[in-house]
Write a protein that binds this ligand. Structure first.
Ligand code: ZN
Length: 176
């Protein structure tokens, strides 16, 4: 299969996974890991569903890719994720020796690929990660803001028209 825009193609696959999470009421974040033109790991945020701090899209995809490759090292793989990874996932990406990450939108409040920290270009670590950002950025960002718009509306309806939704309710659902 010739693919003129492989980054966009794989980002769309990550977005599809994010939508699966959204259907479960999760903040929509999706991830795929590609090796030799094939997707070998898929994941989407399942933090609420699994009741697990560790159920971030990237970690789930890394676990699956490890299994498929039969190693903890994911050299020669590219990881696609719809939202800039948090410190935990960026750490796992460095640990997995993944050489390249492609991101949709940035996460100014929690991102560790440049927003808050940059774990991918830390010279004191023995592994650096090449980053391509802004692939389908608007669509990835719109997917998240759409989710929060709908959530706000739902909470407002539940709270009754005249009541403001407390910030704490929304914060609980913040991505990453
Ligand atoms: Zn994460």
């Amino acid at each position: 299969m010739t693919n003129p825009k492989p980054d966009e193609y794989y980002m769309r696959q990550a977005m599809k996974l994010a939508r699966k999470g959204e259907a479960l009421g999760e903040v929509p974040i999706g991830c795929v890991i590609v090796y030799d033109g094939k997707i070998i790991g898929r994941g989407y945020n399942r933090r609420k569903t699994d009741k697990s701090t560790l159920s971030h899209a990237e970690l789930i995809a890394i676990k699956k890719a490890d299994k498929k490759i039969g190693d903890w090292r994911l050299e020669d793989c590219t990881l696609y994720v719809t939202l800039e990874p948090c410190q935990m996932c960026a750490g796992a990406i460095v640990q997995a020796r993944i050489p390249r990450v492609v991101m949709g939108c940035k996460n100014p409040k929690a991102g560790c690929a440049g927003s808050i920290l940059d774990l991918f270009h830390e010279p004191r670590f023995n592994h650096q990660v090449e980053v391509t950002e802004g692939v389908l950025e608007e669509e990835c960002s719109e997917m998240l803001s759409g989710f929060f718009r709908a959530l706000r509306l739902r909470l407002k309806t539940e709270a009754g028209e005249e009541n403001e939704v407390p910030d704490s309710e929304l914060k609980q659902n913040n991505p990453e």
